[in-house]
Design a protein around this ligand. Structure first.
Ligand code: ADP
Ligand code: ASP
Ligand code: MG
Length: 423
């Protein structure tokens, strides 16, 4: 994503003139789920606005609206094109933005709501998973200049053909951070239904601890590994543009979690545990044990834009070997289709798959220098009688694939092992 220098300078000059802050505030679906919640959010925005701040608001669709819209599409055409799905799903955010604007009008605040298109959110053309290329923020800046609160529909943009795109589930966080970068905001607040980023999903471990801060790198990992409190691309963008990012509750007035560069963030062995159910395992059986086989398999998948995660290649036996790997469950059908079509080219006998798996991961910047973390994690799983199907590690994370029915138990066991309820 690009940010125009000019805009940054314009905004900085204006802020210096009147000593105020420019804040982007994003409110998730549960925060605007009904009329009462919409007014709660409107009041919170008004409080900041009345203190002399400039406010850009990003909203998600109310409650389960996006899921409901997907269900409606299924009733009509389960194979609907991604373009039309984007047209449909973007409607959810447009309902929220208008209702919130109406609530602010009622509270006597000057306000205007803008669609992604009106707000200048330019994306590439990957429908349902579009990436923001740039934000033309002139319109937003003009409205801010007139002292208006600007509400922008999250999750949506337009491509170069003027077609509506969406950014992927949870993408409103990314809209907010991209806007914060584009307008040079002093702060980007992500308001949600929990008080911040916790050591794990508080719905799985109610005693999980709220983190006062977390590094961009750890947060990118947690978000990518299933902690959906933040969309992973929002954290990548926040890191790239060094955005002051805070995750906090829209219902309670408490400090949230600051996501920031490494300075002053305590290096803990394990900072958080995440679980991802959007995983499936594929096994290619009896592949010829010869050079170039893995290359063939994974280039076929890459051409179809299928992300492969954990990979395991068995030892050869009788000139044959197996390759197992995981893909997002949402890509499974696609992956199976393309692999079955190419079985001959790959030189494999059969393709097996298992949807009933989850990935459970421990993340912490401190683990890179401590060899005992993996052993402690596996010990915790063993003590809970949980079978590990696959393992993968990187500098700051360890992931295991387990049967889906074991996943929550695994999260609890690892959380407990590293004493994360008491930090
Ligand atoms: P919103 O609608 O505000 O975008 P989301 O449902 O996308 O909210 O994200 C908030 C949810 O993320 C929480 O309700 C919580 O269950 C879940 N979650 C998962 N992992 C974590 C974590 N480590 N810390 C906080 N919340 C988490
Ligand atoms: N409404 C979209 C979703 O449910 C985007 C978001 O909430 O961030 O995924
Ligand atoms: Mg979300």
């Amino acid at each position: 994503m690009q940010v125009r220098r000019q805009n940054k300078k314009k905004i900085a000059d204006r802020k210096a003139e009147i000593n105020m802050s420019l804040i982007v505030q994003k409110f998730g679906g549960s925060s605007v789920a009904n009329a009462e919640r919409v007014f709660n959010v409107a009041n919170r925005i008004k409080e900041y606005y009345d203190k002399g701040n400039k406010i850009v608001v990003v909203v998600s669709a109310q409650g389960d609206t996006t899921d409901d819209l997907i269900e409606k599409a299924q009733e009509i055409n389960p194979k609907a094109s991604k373009r039309e799905m984007d047209v449909l799903l973007s409607a959810g955010e447009q309902i929220s933005m208008a209702l919130l604007a109406m609530a602010l009008e009622k509270l006597g605040c000057p306000v205007i709501s803008l669609t992604g298109w009106q707000a200048g959110m330019k994306t590439n053309s990957t429908h349902s998973a579009a990436r923001i290329k740039k934000v033309d923020s002139e319109r937003i800046l003009r409205e801010l200049d007139q002292n208006k609160i600007v509400i922008v529909a999250g999750f949506q943009g337009i491509n170069r053909y003027d077609d509506i795109t969406t950014l992927g589930r949870g993408g409103s966080d990314t809209s907010a951070v991209a806007l914060a970068a584009a307008v040079g905001a002093d702060l980007c607040q992500i308001y949600t239904d929990v008080k911040g980023v916790y050591t794990t999903d508080p719905r799985i471990v109610p005693t999980a601890s709220k983190l006062s801060d977390i590094s961009f790198d750890e947060m990118v990992e947690l978000a990518s590994l299933g902690a959906n409190v933040l969309h992973n691309r929002s954290v990548e963008l926040a890191k790239k543009f060094n955005i002051n990012l805070e995750v906090l509750s829209s219902l309670e007035k408490e400090e949230g979690t600051i996501v920031k560069g490494v300075k002053y963030v305590e290096k803990m062995l394990v900072r958080g545990v995440a679980r991802d159910n959007d995983v499936a395992r594929i096994t290619l059986q009896n592949i010829e044990d010869a050079p170039g086989r893995a290359f063939t398999v994974f280039s076929i998948l890459a051409k179809k834009n299928i992300n492969v995660d954990i990979i395991l290649q068995s030892l050869g036996r009788d000139d044959k070997q197996d390759i197992s790997f995981t893909v997002p469950e949402s890509s499974l059908e696609n992956a199976l289709e393309i692999l079955n079509e190419n079985l001959g080219v790959i030189g494999a006998e059969t393709v097996l798959y298992d949807r009933n798996v989850s990935k459970v991961s421990a993340v912490g910047a401190g683990m890179s220098s401590n060899p005992g973390v993996a052993a402690a994690m596996f010990e915790a799983l063993f003590a809970s009688n949980i079978n590990i199907l696959m393992i993968s590690t990187s500098e700051i994370k360890i992931s295991v694939l387990v049967n889906q029915e074991d996943a929550e138990k695994a999260v609890r066991a690892i959380h407990e092992k590293f004493d994360l309820s008491h930090i």
